[in-house]
Design a protein around this ligand. Structure first.
Ligand SMILES: [Mg+2]
Length: 160
């Protein structure tokens, strides 16, 4: 029933970029609930391509609000499934997402794109019985062609 591996997609630092970089991709400023976000123009195309081999899930503090804006802004098919998080958890690092990722993925293979992995995430990935790939982005650059190639290569080796 679930043929494709899951792909958890963070937004800030992956699609919505921040910080200085000489290699910042093209994009545009979008008003999201009164806050300006710089959305990478290339991220949408990359995600569209990844959606062919993965089952995409929003994995971001944006939670359900991701579907209010991103499928439209990035020309993605939507809405996508999304994770929700316990509000009491510390939110500055990726590990506040682990419980929700675990609960959603159960025993399925998963890849996860995020700009804020910490040691706990890498330990967790290494201990997971199912194939698990963490793809770290630079917050000023976001999702790149190289990440897409890495993800596609990983999925191919899984037999997808
Ligand atoms: Mg982030």
């Amino acid at each position: 029933m679930h043929d494709s591996p899951l792909l958890f997609v963070d937004i800030d630092g992956v699609i919505s970029l921040f910080g200085e970089s000489h290699t910042r991709p093209a994009g545009r400023w979008v008003n999201v609930d009164g806050m300006l976000h710089f959305l990478s123009a290339t991220a949408g195309g990359h995600l569209l391509r990844l959606a062919e081999g993965f089952e995409l899930v929003w994995c971001s503090g944006w939670e359900d609000r991701a579907n209010d804006h991103l499928p439209h802004e990035l020309a993605l098919p939507g809405p996508l499934p999304f994770l929700t998080f316990e509000r009491s958890r510390r939110r500055r690092r990726a590990h506040w997402k682990l419980d929700a990722v675990d609960a959603y993925a159960r025993e399925r293979p998963l890849a996860w794109i995020d700009d804020a992995f910490d040691e706990e995430c890498h330990w967790w990935a290494g201990e997971r019985p199912a194939p698990t790939l963490l793809v770290a982005t630079e917050p000023a650059v976001g999702l790149t062609e190289k990440h897409v190639a890495q993800l596609e290569g990983w999925a191919t080796r899984l037999g997808h």
